[in-house]
Design a protein around this ligand. Structure first.
Ligand SMILES: Nc1nc2c(c(=O)[nH]1)N[C@H]1C(S)=C(S)[C@@H](COP(=O)(O)OP(=O)(O)OC[C@H]3O[C@@H](n4cnc5c(N)ncnc54)[C@H](O)[C@@H]3O)O[C@H]1N2
Ligand code: MOO
Length: 404
């Protein structure tokens, strides 16, 4: 058995970023930029007013009240094209460009207007309510860096930068093949000893949430022909993930059958719970992760190995889920040689720190406990026993890993 860290290192070293594609920014939210973006225009394009009021020379309104001649208008999208002389003002609206010579805005609430004359009641300093040219960004300068995962806010920025198309990493295509004679899809007729296949949908949801494309290859029977034929469906994928049949039982055929098809094993079995029988290899040029069939094991292997693998394909530097401090609400025994990921719930808080309790039954088949968990408590191999109240670090589930 190799360590979790070594397993992840082996997987990541076998992968490289995928090719890029160009997409409209209307389709780009959640995608990873594969190029640096520079603005194609300066924003604001000129000095603009931030308020409705009058563009003035600040020097003219240092002593108030003072009456100025209104010589024209500058609405957003329009302009007053003559220089502003001493004692003059231009009616201006939010977003309107300042005429040459004006350097401040008096808001209309601080004025009274009579015909072409405006009386300013409050003085303003130079620059007041003026958005200087280039305040937001400047053409050709730094915009967004390659590697960034685009947020809705970034989409707004790209639009304002007049960048309608961006180059992003292609979405990783992950083929999922469940295995097991006992499995049926949700909704299908189900016999007394059969199990509904939950892993494919669970892992597919994780893949889609992480910015990939899940390809459901179906459920292979525990026989050579079925497994061989269905695994062939992964031919155009960026990775094949098999679910189940990874262990040592007579019906755990993934390694032996795909071995005949050309599977080169990098590692099999890791010092982790749940997830011990994880395997990784290469099936005729396609990286393959063979995950254990227990649902919690599949989820945990996806979380700790598949998501980092996808991030590598999306041009991201290696990143692990963040941990956050917590207080243990129940005692724990010493750990054995497998790195343990315990499902836990947040049961309260002490001085602003969450108190967590590990789920009593940590069996790797239990989906209700998995769904009800708020966080994972990672315990290194041979971690000493802990008493109630101990300070621990937890991984909060349903947070942004990978960030989205
Ligand atoms: N003698 C040993 N037995 C087992 C060992 C071991 O080291 N020695 N390891 C155990 C561990 S740990 C795990 S994890 C499991 C993993 O076994 P497999 O990967 O071979 O998984 P299966 O036997 O195919 O299935 C295990 C379990 O999960 C259910 N399952 C499978 N696929 C799905 C699915 N798509 N959706 C829902 N549930 C699924 C399956 O019915 C089984 O109950 O091996 C231990 N055994
Ligand atoms: O390691 Mo298995 O994945 O516990 O259940």
């Amino acid at each position: 058995m190799i360590s979790v860290e070594e397993a992840r290192k082996n997987i990541l070293s076998a992968l490289s970023p995928l090719t890029s594609e160009t997409v409209s920014i209307s389709e780009a939210c959640g995608r990873y930029l594969s190029e640096n973006i520079t603005p194609r225009r300066t924003q604001p394009p000129a000095d603009l007013s931030a308020m409705d009021g009058y563009a003035v020379r600040a020097a003219d309104v240092q002593t108030v009240p003072v009456t100025l001649n209104v010589v024209g208008e500058a609405p957003a999208g329009g302009s007053y094209d003559s220089p502003l002389g001493a004692g003059q003002a231009v009616r201006i609206f939010t977003g309107g460009p300042l005429p040459e010579g004006a350097d401040a805005i008096v808001i209309q609430e601080d004025t009274t207007r009579e015909g072409d004359r405006v009386t300013v009641l409050e003085g303003v300093a130079s620059g007041r309510y003026v958005r200087k040219k280039g305040l937001d960004f400047t053409e050709g300068q730094t915009g967004l860096a390659a590697g960034r995962k685009l947020t809705p806010r970034d989409i707004g920025l790209l639009a304002a930068m007049n960048v309608p198309w961006v180059s992003v990493y292609r979405k990783p295509r992950i083929a999922l093949l469940a295995t097991g004679d006992e499995l049926v899809r949700p909704g299908e007729p189900v016999g007394p000893n059969q199990i509904i296949s939950s892993n494919t949908l669970l892992v597919a949801a994780m893949i889609e949430q992480a910015g990939g494309i899940a390809i459901d290859l179906g459920i292979a029977k525990d026989n050579e022909q079925s497994l061989r034929q269905m695994a062939a469906g992964a031919r155009s994928a960026d990775m094949l993930v098999t679910l189940g049949g990874a262990s040592v039982g007579d019906h755990d055929l993934v390694q032996s059958i795909l071995g005949k098809e050309g599977l080169q094993i990098d590692f099999w079995r890791i010092a982790m719970r749940p997830g011990k029988p994880l395997m990784f290899g290469d099936l005729n040029g396609i990286p393959m992760l063979g995950m254990p069939g227990n649902p919690v094991s599949s989820m945990m292997c996806s979380y700790l190995f598949l998501l980092p693998a996808m991030l590598a394909m999306l041009g991201q530097p290696p990143r692990l889920p963040k941990t956050t401090p917590a207080i243990l609400g129940n005692p724990l025994n010493e750990n054995d040689r497998r790195e343990d990921y315990l499902r836990a719930r947040i049961t309260g808080q002490k001085t602003g720190i969450p108190v967590i309790e590990t789920v009593p039954n940590q069996d790797s088949s239990l989906l209700s406990a998995l769904s009800g968990a708020d966080c994972l408590l990672k315990r290194p191999p041979f971690a000493p026993a802990l008493s109630e109240g101990a300070a621990v670090e937890v991984i909060l589930l349903d947070t942004d890993f990978p960030p989205c």
